[in-house]
Design a protein around this ligand. Structure first.
Ligand SMILES: NC(=O)c1ccc[n+]([C@@H]2O[C@H](COP(=O)([O-])OP(=O)(O)OC[C@H]3O[C@@H](n4cnc5c(N)ncnc54)[C@H](OP(=O)(O)O)[C@@H]3O)[C@@H](O)[C@H]2O)c1
Length: 329
């Protein structure tokens, strides 16, 4: 099969090569569990893969390895007791190995491809939407009617958080870096959209009469203190990622004085090993897919052999929505 490998930690494009490799073993998925072998039609590209090309992500496989944590495609082979028969269209989280013509995912992270989604949308769903739900609900206890500020709201996880928060009945304030991204967030139904190099903290406080209930922060960096200042007393800030590059530090007297909380939200490390959690989140999201509230926004599509260009687009902050590799297209 054809696959993209990371073979050195020099960043895109030089870290990547396209290779002819043996198909993966269904008995040995990267994440423990009964493996389902899938003919890949689309693979989602995310910020962690960019970090992996430089050895900067927390998961550091031995070189060379096939990146790609999520896919959509057709089941080729499944365990005897599986709910999925050969030929079934599915979306799946495989952890690694997704930038390939064939990949293996554990059964508890395979879901039927919703009729409303094409393969690219299926490959855009699990990582971002499960993380968004896990962060907002499991960790953040978001309630209908609360107000949420979402950083990077036109990006991969940002567009997912925006849709999930809307689906939960929250009021959404999207923060983006450009007018083009403002349009994207508006089209997705954000109640308010603010620009990140403006006086957004004051605008948030004005819009909400004192601050939001929840901040969804996948950017980190030097905005962090202003994120805390955007919270109302007793508000919650969800630490989801550091796309801005630096990991913020905070003097905790800020939390004490306002009774605010900072909560970590790492979906992968927590949920992926827990089939019951994955199924519960999948079941909670299903009605929102059914009603059309959750509709992954696919930005750029590249063929497998242009994986490096897909990562460069993320690196250069050009990407809107999810970047996807179309396999066999
Ligand atoms: N906690 C978890 O379980 C979990 C799961 C998935 C992803 N993540 C993390 O979430 C973050 C976002 O991932 P993603 O796949 O959604 O990435 P993405 O699609 O590239 O979106 C990232 C967004 O961050 C903003 N940004 C701000 N400063 C940036 C910079 N210096 N470089 C690039 N982007 C910058 C950009 O929005 P503006 O230009 O509008 O500011 C961009 O749209 C990553 O740190 C990733 O590791 C965490």
């Amino acid at each position: 099969m054809q696959a993209v490998e990371i073979f050195q930690l020099s960043g895109p494009p030089s870290a990547l090569r396209v290779s002819e490799l043996p198909e993966p073993d269904r008995e040995r998925p990267f994440i423990a569990g009964a493996g389902v072998k899938i003919d890949v039609r689309a693979a989602g590209v995310a910020f962690p893969e960019l970090l992996q090309t430089r050895g900067l992500y927390q998961i550091k496989p031995e070189l060379p390895f096939i990146p790609g944590s999520e896919i959509a495609g057709i089941v080729r082979e499944a365990p005897a007791e599986s709910a999925f028969a050969p030929g079934a269209p599915v979306m799946a989280f495989c952890g690694l190995g997704g930038f390939a013509e064939v990949a293996v995912a554990p059964e508890h992270l395979v879901f039927a491809l919703p009729e409303r989604f094409d393969f690219a949308q299926g490959a855009s769903f699990i990582l971002n939407y499960h993380t968004a739900y896990f962060s907002l609900v499991t960790r953040g206890h978001l309630q209908a009617g609360e107000r949420v500020l979402i950083h990077g709201a036109a990006g991969g996880i940002g567009t997912a958080a925006l849709q999930v928060a809307r689906g939960l009945g929250a009021t959404t304030i999207a923060l983006v870096s450009s007018e083009a991204k403002r349009e994207v967030a508006q089209q997705l139904g954000a109640d308010h959209v603010l620009i990140s190099d403006g006086p957004w903290k004051d605008e948030v406080r004005e819009l909400t009469d004192g601050g939001v209930d929840v901040v969804f922060d996948s950017v980190g960096g030097d905005r962090f203190i202003d994120s805390l200042r955007s919270l109302r007393a007793e508000g919650r800030l969800l630490v989801v990622g550091f796309a801005g590059g630096s990991i913020p530090e905070v003097k905790v007297n800020r939390l004490l004085l306002t009774n605010t909380s900072i909560l970590g939200a790492a979906w992968g490390g927590y949920a992926v090993a827990k089939p019951e959690v994955c199924r519960a989140i999948g079941a909670a999201l299903a009605p929102m897919i059914e009603s059309g509230v959750l509709m992954p926004l696919v930005g750029e599509r590249y063929p497998l052999e242009r994986a490096a260009d897909a990562l460069i687009s993320i690196e250069q902050r050009r990407a809107t929505g999810k970047v996807v590799l179309e396999v066999g297209a």
